[in-house]
Structure formats: structure tokens, C-alpha cells
Design a protein around this ligand. Structure first.
Ligand code: AR6
Length: 187
């Protein structure tokens, strides 16, 4: 499913973030930018040990910030590492989560990436309820994408059909309020 607003597009698909052939993919990182479980584990495994070599030079990452590295063995040229809020601990959670999406877009835009893939940040180990997180994420991307100089496509890559369905429902609700249109394929 795809939505459009002038030159910008947003897609929601099921898949594996590490397999995306996009300029940049986002890592749901930890504060040390170390290999962990979930998305971070998958990205470090697929990118190879050179990723940790670069990450360890970056001095960690605060909640809501984003830092960029090369993609190494990933199909993506860049990896944007951002640390989402731990639900129930890091406050204000919605603001911090929105900041992760805005900062990730900003890092990708700085290196002139034109397409970026996002996992559902904070919704795994960090415990953010999926539908609440989807509303924050989609509202933020619908708001910030048209302001990017280079990034024209944001693709949400969800691990399961249920997660994708929740994101599609939230997007259907928010898109018209934010001036985005569903891009339905013509037969
Ligand atoms: N592609 C797409 N989505 C995935 C993939 C994948 N390969 N793997 C998992 N997901 P999480 P967080 C989904 O836990 O909540 C790590 O240990 C997953 O089903 O990766 O931000 C880090 O080191 C879930 O819906 O991220 C941090 O310490 C979503 O991606 C901590 O977990 C996010 O799950 C970060 O926790």
C-alpha cells in the first residue's frame, strides 16, 4: 500500500529490513550502538563485523537521536541508527519516538539518500504498544517527508501481516487529515 503527497511517497509492506534495496535503512538501536536482538541483531549480522567497528567509534546514541554509518554488506548504502524510547521509562515517549523518525530522516537527507526504510521503532524489546507507536510514526513521517530535500520515499517494513495491517489502518485514518492520498494501482 502506498500514499502520496506531491513529490513524496510512503509505503507499508511486510518484509525484512535487512533485505531492502534502498539508499538507507533505519536500525532500532541501543544506546551503545552495539549488536543486540531484534532489528539491531539482524542488521549487524547482515552488515558484518565492520559495522560494529564503525559503531564503536561514534560514542553511543541518546534516546531520540540518530547517527549514520555505512551499510557494509547490506544492500543499503547507509544505516541510520536511532534509539527509541523504552515504553514506561523514557518520557515523554511520543515526543521521543517522533524525534527518532525526524532525526533519522534528517540524517538520510544529509547524505542525499532518496529512499529510506523504517522498522516499527520501539515496538519490540522496548515495549511500545504497536497501534500507539504506529500513530506517532505515521503522523511524523506524513508531516516531515515533504520537507526533505532528497528523501522522496519512506518505506515501512513490518515483520508480520498483523503489524502491517495495523499500520495500514492508522495510515488510512491519518493520510486525509494530513493531505496525503492513497495511491491505488489502476487496473
Ligand atoms: N525486519 C523488520 N522488522 C523486524 C526485524 C527485521 N529483520 N526484526 C524484528 N523486527 P526491536 P525496539 C520488528 O526489538 O523495540 C534490540 O535488542 C519486531 O518484530 O528490534 O526498538 C536493540 O539492541 C518489532 O516489531 O526494536 C535494543 O536494545 C520491531 O521490529 C532494543 O532491541 C522493533 O523491534 C530495541 O528495541
Amino acid at each position: 500500500m502506498r500514499w502520496r503527497k506531491s513529490e513524496s511517497a510512503l509505503e507499508i509492506i511486510t518484509g525484512d529490513i535487512t533485505a531492502q534495496h534502498l539508499d538507507a535503512v533505519v536500525n532500532a538501536a541501543n544506546a551503545q550502538l552495539a549488536p543486540g536482538g531484534g532489528v539491531a541483531g539482524a542488521i549487524h549480522r547482515a552488515a558484518g563485523p565492520e559495522l560494529w567497528e564503525q559503531c564503536r567509534t561514534l560514542g553511543g546514541c541518546a534516546t531520540g537521536e540518530a547517527k549514520i554509518t555505512k551499510g557494509f554488506a547490506l544492500p543499503a548504502r547507509w544505516i541510520v541508527h536511532t534509539v527509541g524510547p523504552v515504553y514506561g521509562r523514557d518520557e515523554p515517549a511520543a515526543e521521543l519516538l517522533a524525534q527518532c523518525y525526524r532525526e533519522s530522516l534528517a540524517r538520510a537527507d544529509e547524505v542525499e539518500a532518496t529512499a529510506i526504510g523504517f522498522p516499527a521503532l520501539s515496538t519490540g524489546a522496548f515495549g511500545y504498544p504497536l497501534e500507539e507507536a504506529a500513530a506517532v510514526a505515521l503522523h511524523t513521517l506524513f508531516d516531515a517527508l515533504p520537507g526533505c530535500r532528497h528523501v522522496g520515499l519512506a518505506r515501512f517494513v513490518l515483520f508480520g501481516e498483523r503489524d502491517a495491517a495495523v499500520h495500514r489502518e492508522v495510515a488510512e485514518r491519518l493520510a486525509p487529515e494530513q493531505g496525503w492520498q492513497a495511491d491505488r494501482p489502476t487496473a
